[in-house]
Design a protein around this ligand. Structure first.
Ligand code: UP5
Ligand code: MG
Length: 196
């Protein structure tokens, strides 16, 4: 018999490429559950009793990637707590450590459908994040200093992960430079073409 495993789409792209914005629309239209690794880390950080609060705080400000044991267990718990079976995992896996941690744990219990890659030049990402910061996002990493570090981490650690998945033809690339609605048209045609 075919075992029905939960479905997972990894959503990747530079800081401010529009991952969260597009995920929200996918949820509304296609019934996935959106799990942003960054949001889960920020939520964990704000728990008064968290043993990882300070660590997460520092990593986020420095644009560094939190050790996978923390992120992966937050994702796994959120998946289980949802009771659902279709997930957009936004902003993960971001480096080799993330990939290995995921592959040795959750990966065997889920079906990875594809990687949705929001491709956006970093100049545009910068503009979007600075604008969001100026609008009072409250994010400790929407400032020029943190953004420089986030971009370096993205180029050095996350791009190689996207390239790794490209070798197995799992990456669906989207031009994320255009207005939200136009980007979503492309996103829609990808999800409509699926049998899900
Ligand atoms: N906007 C969106 N789309 C637009 C469009 N098409 N045209 C014009 N404007 C657009 O969008 C960013 C801003 O741009 C918003 O103001 C939006 O209105 C506008 P958003 O949808 O939020 O983009 P997103 O790609 O989600 O940007 P985000 O800042 O969330 O990306 P990051 O990947 O940098 O942030 P994340 O929260 O994933 O991670 C933050 C930090 O957490 C990391 O740096 C790291 O330190 C840590 N982290 C880990 O350690 N491990 C993980 O697994 C994940 C995160
Ligand atoms: Mg986001």
């Amino acid at each position: 018999a075919v075992k029905m495993q939960p479905k997972v789409v990894f959503v990747l792209g530079g800081p401010g490429a529009g991952k969260g914005t597009q995920c929200q629309r996918i949820v509304e239209t296609f019934g996935y559950v959106h799990l942003s690794a960054g949001d889960l880390l920020r939520e964990e950080r704000s728990q008064p009793n968290s043993q990882f609060g300070e660590l997460i705080d520092n990593y986020i400000k420095e644009g560094k990637i939190v050790p996978v044991e923390i992120t992966c267990s937050l994702l796994d718990n959120a998946m289980k707590a949802s009771g659902k079976d279709k997930f957009l995992i936004d902003g993960f896996p971001r480096n080799q450590n993330n990939l290995e941690g995921w592959n040795s744990t959750v990966a065997k219990r889920v079906q990875l459908q594809f990687i949705l890659f929001f491709d956006c030049p970093l100049e545009i990402c910068l503009e979007r994040c600075l604008q969001r910061g100026a609008g009072g996002s409250g994010r400790s990493d929407d400032n020029p200093d943190s953004l420089k570090k986030r971009f370096n981490t993205y180029l050095n650690e996350t791009r190689p992960i996207i390239e790794y998945y490209e070798k197995s033809d799992l990456v669906k690339r989207i031009d994320a430079t255009r207005p939200v609605e136009e980007v979503f048209e492309d996103v829609k045609s990808i999800f409509q073409g699926l049998n899900c």
